[in-house]
Structures are given as structure tokens and as C-alpha cells.
Design a protein around this ligand. Structure first.
Ligand code: GUN
Ligand code: FE
Length: 457
């Protein structure tokens, strides 16, 4: 059993015992000493918790029990064209591929066909919580929220707001119209049958919203204490255009601050090109960042300096940003976060060499850190750390059963090599298993997925 207690504390219980209540909450979590009689020790632990009658399930030695993964930024309508169009930079990609695809969700039939596929794929990849973007359309985005509820995913779902720069007609009439449809969308949540699916205020980004719309959404979020999601500082051309559209703002982050959209309930996707001043303002506001490394590679946006964000004590989680990102998998985002961090390090070394012939030490994100970002960090970013993110007692049991005995990750056990017997891969080494999970596993290794104690995969 592996989970993060904080950014710097990865806890590995090898083996461990985890109790789940009938209501789907974590009742207890204890480690077993590996040399004693495991069955006897388990019985003792159950007795100590008054759970002698509990149904006990033993997982095989090549299995990891992990907290559910949290995707803090993903676009459901973009699932269909995932993996195509990576020759264009962000703004051209939006106009050529994204807006025409999103327009199609004016049809509820289209939404009913595609949204179950997107949400199922996300769950299949082990995402127990997702912050989804829908489209401009209320009926289709309601279908997305209902789909999450029906398939059992914990989710935030946003109707996208845009009242300018929507390319060929992908735009709402005006700010008032966008605010009114957003209110309609919020009201529709009374009929959603899951208390784990919630609305989120979603101005697409500063470029696609007039100041009037941004301000209106900021006030609406404040009035209803709602979370907010948007994009920020993803690509250089985008940043330049924002400065042009908002000459009165000090910088990109300040645009959101000036329109009442920057607070502890705000999730800013990307934040690749922030200045030190912007990181400071972000931290002070309590807003956080959804780091989307796969997308930043896919759209050639840049490598986000997550270390700088963490050093500043900004909240950070991971996002797939499908279809900017080519994968619905937060595991792919974890390994890409490590690679992105290395790339940041390469750049810093080059600069240091030019400046003074020295290399500066750059601390690449560690495995434990990216695991935190994918789980507890995401929960903290979405302000749901009371319910999920790790296996602390009282939280809801959002979990993955990961089987690492599949042929894809290297078989365990011993192998005859001529006259020698070599250890191919030691399944008793939980830390190595976690490394395997992050670097070589895929959805085939994810055998079961639970949300609040209910099996959803
Ligand atoms: N910025 C504004 N809209 C989008 C989008 O759909 N995807 C990405 N990656 N960036 C955006
Ligand atoms: Fe995005």
C-alpha cells in the first residue's frame, strides 16, 4: 500500500492492512511486519479495530494498492481527436481543430455518444476524480455531468464560457448571455444524483472572455462559493495577446486577480511562462496550478518549472489536458512531469554555463513528488483533501488495485541463465514496484478502480 502523507512524505506499507467501512470510508491503515505470521498479525489488527467479522481480501504480492489518481484539467469534448494536430501551436490549434470539434456538441446526440467514451477512458486509466471542461452548450455539458454521476467518477464539470475570439462562430452572443447560460447550468445540478459531481465556473481563458464576462463569472463564483478553472500562461503568443487585450493588467495572473477570479478555489492550467512576481501573486491568492506536461510537449508550449512553484509553496496538481495532451492517463502525466523537470534542468545548466562556466543545481522532481502531485496534490488543488487524495482514516476509499505481474512491466521471480539463477525483478521491493508503476505501467495494469468504496472498474 503506497500513499502520500505530504509532498515530502511517501508512506509505503509493505505489506499493509487497510480497513474500509460499509459506507466506503477508510477505517484504518496499518503496516504488518514482514517477518511475522501475516495471517495472525492481520487477525490481531482486525481485533484491535473491532472488525473481527470483516470480510478479508488478500492481494497478491505483485499488487499495489494506491489512492485514486486525480486529473485536475481535462477537456471531455476533445477526446475524439486526441493525438492529432500537434503541428500547430496553441492559438492556431484551437482555431483549426478544437473549436470546430467543440461546436459539434450543439447536438445532444453527439454528446450522448462521445461523453461516455471519454469518462470511461478516464476511469479506465485510474482517474477517480476529474476536473472536466465541457463546451459552450448547456444541454451537452449537463450530459457530461450526468455521465460522470452514472459511471461513478468524482468530478467537477464546467460549462465553458467565451464571448469573443472563438474563431469561426464558436462564441456566445455576449457576456450577459454567457452568464445566463452558466446560471442555468448551475441550477441543473439540483437534478444530478451524485453528491460527488459538482459544477465549476469555467472562463475558457482571458483571450476568449471580455472583461465584463470575466468579472461577471468572478462575482458568480464568489456569490456561490464555487471553484473556478481556466488556462493561464501556456504559450508565448497567447501571453503576448493577453497583454494586448488587457493593457491595464500588470501580467497574465493579474488579469484574473483584477476580475475577481483569483482565490483559493481557482485552478490555473499550465502556468508555463510565469514570472517570479506572478508566482508570488499566485501563492498569496491561494490559487493553484494544474501542471499538464504531456500537453506542454504536444503543443510545443514549453517546460513548466514546477520546482519553482513548489519552492514558492504554490498548490500544484497534474492534468492530462486531453486533447492538448495525447493521453487520458495521469500515470503518463507523472512520468512526463519528471521529464519536463529534467528539461527545465537542461535549460538552467546551459544558462549557467554561458554566464559563469558553472552549473547550477536543479532539483528534478522525484518519484515521490510526482506521486504526490497525482494524488494528494490534486486533492489539495481541488480543495477536496478532506475526502480523497490518500488513505488517511475517515477519507473516502478512492483506490486502484494495480497488478504489476503483467508481461508489460518485466516479470517477477527468478530465471535460469545458463548455470546461474538471476533475480529478474523483486516484487518484495515496494519502492521498485512504484517506480515500475510510474515508468512502465499502463491501463492494463490497473485491474480495479474504486470511488468512495464502490467498484467503478
Ligand atoms: N487554452 C484555451 N483553450 C484551451 C484548450 O482547449 N486547450 C489548451 N491546451 N489550452 C487552451
Ligand atoms: Fe486545457
Amino acid at each position: 500500500i503506497v500513499h502520500s502523507r505530504s509532498l515530502t512524505e511517501l508512506e509505503i506499507l509493505s505489506p499493509g492492512v487497510l480497513g474500509v467501512t460499509a459506507g466506503g470510508k477508510v477505517a484504518f491503515l496499518e503496516s504488518l511486519s514482514s517477518d511475522s505470521d501475516r495471517d495472525a498479525s492481520t487477525t490481531k489488527i482486525l481485533q484491535a479495530h473491532g472488525s473481527e467479522k470483516a470480510h478479508v481480501r488478500k492481494l497478491s504480492p505483485h499488487t499495489l494498492l494506491l489512492p485514486g489518481l486525480i486529473d485536475t484539467h481535462v477537456h471531455a469534448p476533445q477526446y475524439a481527436f486526441t493525438g492529432t494536430g500537434y503541428t500547430l501551436p496553441l492559438l492556431n490549434w484551437l482555431e483549426k481543430y478544437t473549436f470546430p470539434q467543440e461546436k459539434r456538441f450543439a447536438s445532444t446526440t453527439h454528446a450522448e455518444t462521445l461523453y461516455p467514451k471519454a469518462v470511461s477512458r478516464s476511469l479506465r486509466c485510474g482517474t477517480t476524480t476529474a476536473a472536466w471542461y465541457g463546451t459552450l452548450h448547456v444541454p451537452a455539458t449537463k450530459i457530461l455531468a450526468q455521465t460522470c454521476a452514472r459511471l461513478g467518477q468524482r468530478a467537477f464539470v464546467g460549462k465553458v464560457c467565451m464571448d469573443r475570439n472563438g474563431g469561426d462562430g464558436y462564441v456566445e452572443e455576449n457576456a450577459a448571455d454567457s452568464l445566463q447560460t452558466t446560471q442555468e447550468f448551475l441550477d441543473s445540478f439540483e437534478k444530478i444524483e451524485s453528491d460527488r459531481v459538482k459544477p465549476i465556473i469555467t472562463p475558457r481563458f482571458a483571450i476568449s472572455c471580455t472583461p465584463e464576462l470575466l468579472r461577471g463569472l468572478g462575482d458568480m463564483a464568489e456569490k456561490n462559493s464555487l471553484p473556478i478553472q481556466t488556462h493561464c500562461s501556456e504559450n508565448a503568443a497567447e501571453c503576448a495577446f493577453v497583454q494586448e487585450l488587457f493593457p491595464e493588467s500588470k501580467n497574465y495572473v493579474d488579469v484574473y486577480a483584477q476580475h475577481n477570479l483569483l482565490n483559493p478555489r481557482t485552478i490555473l492550467a499550465h502556468c508555463v511562462h510565469l514570472s517570479d512576481a506572478e508566482r508570488k501573486a499566485l501563492r498569496k491568492s491561494g490559487a493553484g496550478v494544474s501542471h499538464c506536461p504531456v500537453s506542454n510537449f504536444g503543443l510545443d508550449s514549453g517546460a513548466c518549472d514546477v520546482r519553482a512553484l513548489l519552492d514558492e509553496q504554490c498548490k500544484v496538481g497534474l492534468g492530462t489536458d486531453v486533447a492538448g495532451g495525447w493521453s487520458m492517463s495521469i500515470v503518463e502525466a507523472m512520468r512526463s512531469a519528471i521529464i519536463a523537470s529534467r528539461v527545465v534542468g537542461f535549460g538552467k545548466r546551459e544558462v549557467a554555463k554561458i554566464q559563469d562556466g558553472h552549473t547550477t543545481a536543479h532539483k528534478t522532481l522525484s518519484l515521490a513528488e510526482v506521486f504526490y502531485l497525482a494524488t494528494l496534490g490534486g486533492a489539495e488543488l481541488l480543495n477536496i483533501q478532506q475526502s480523497t487524495g490518500n488513505f488517511m482514516r475517515g477519507k473516502e476509499f478512492d483506490a486502484l488495485v494495480v497488478d504489476l505481474d503483467a508481461s508489460t512491466i518485466g516479470q517477477g521471480g527468478k530465471e535460469e541463465l545458463g548455470t546461474r539463477t538471476v533475480e529478474v525483478f523483486d516484487h518484495d521491493d515496494a519502492a521498485a514496484m512504484l517506480e515500475k508503476f510510474v515508468f512502465v505501467s499502463d491501463d492494463r495494469n490497473i485491474r480495479e478502480v474504486y470511488v468512495a468504496g464502490s467498484k467503478v472498474i
